[in-house]
Ligand binder design. Structure first.
Ligand code: MG
Length: 241
């Protein structure tokens, strides 16, 4: 009897092994494109470099109208009072890398200390602020989705030091009647530290009142905020997803 059971068991195993070939679970449908990662501070080979230094503002324009008026050299610095700037190109789903620096000479407090902003699609702000030993409402500190989501931790470096945001963004999708089909989602890594983990963006960034659901095209320009403080940027690159 034992022999018979063993035989049934073994043939079952054999059937199982022989019934499915390893090849059946191999996926050859999409060959991943080769991307050469950037060494050091260089962007990966398939990135669009939005600001790489050398004073080239060709890819940017003023949020109001005409050319961008910020101070452009090795780094790009807010020229207070000239207004925000935006990319000429529009983007939807993307991976973005941006480096920013709040002024070494600390001036002001809370929202007035090294305030700028990285606006995905020009509508959804990842806050840029000097939040190093400086307090403000938590959903308005550096790395917050402004007035929506508090960052998981405060990963700020001292003022005057370059800081990085690596952002992964999924754009919202709208139905034909203008209602929201699916929300935008964002992940933010600040100086190598995860601070926003696939967070739902509830609507447009609003200073007053609740976020608004506003239908818009699948791609829109990225914008940088002029909040009156001389915040600098460098190494801004994007990969469309
Ligand atoms: Mg801001």
């Amino acid at each position: 009897m034992k022999k018979i059971i063993a035989l049934i068991f073994c043939s079952g195993l054999l059937l199982n092994i022989h019934g499915q070939k390893p090849e059946e679970t191999e996926d050859w449908s999409r060959k991943p494109e080769v991307v050469t990662p950037g060494k050091g501070m260089l962007p990966p080979s398939d990135a669009i470099v939005l600001y790489g230094g050398a004073g080239d503002l060709d890819l940017w324009e003023s949020e109001q109208e005409g050319p961008a008026k910020w101070i452009a050299g090795d780094e790009l610095t807010v020229a207070a009072g000239t207004g925000g700037i935006k990319t000429k190109q529009s983007f939807g789903d993307m991976q973005v890398h941006v480096e920013w620096r709040s002024p070494a000479k600390v001036k002001g407090d809370g929202q007035d200390r090294g305030n700028s902003g990285f606006f995905l699609m020009g509508l959804y702000e990842v806050q840029v602020l000097d939040s190093y030993n400086s307090e403000t409402y938590y959903n308005g500190q550096a790395g917050s989705i402004y007035k929506q989501t508090i960052p998981l931790v405060n990963a700020c470096l001292p003022p005057g030091e370059w800081q990085t945001y690596d952002i992964i963004f999924k754009a919202p999708v709208f139905n034909e009647d203008g209602s929201k089909k699916s929300s935008a989602y964002v992940t933010v890594i600040h100086n190598g530290v995860l601070i926003q983990n696939h967070v739902e963006i509830l609507g447009t960034t609003e200073y007053k009142g609740a976020p608004k659901i506003m239908e818009h095209p699948a791609k829109l320009p990225i914008s940088l905020q002029d909040h009156g403080n001389p915040v600098s940027y460098r190494n801004i690159w994007v990969r469309e997803l």
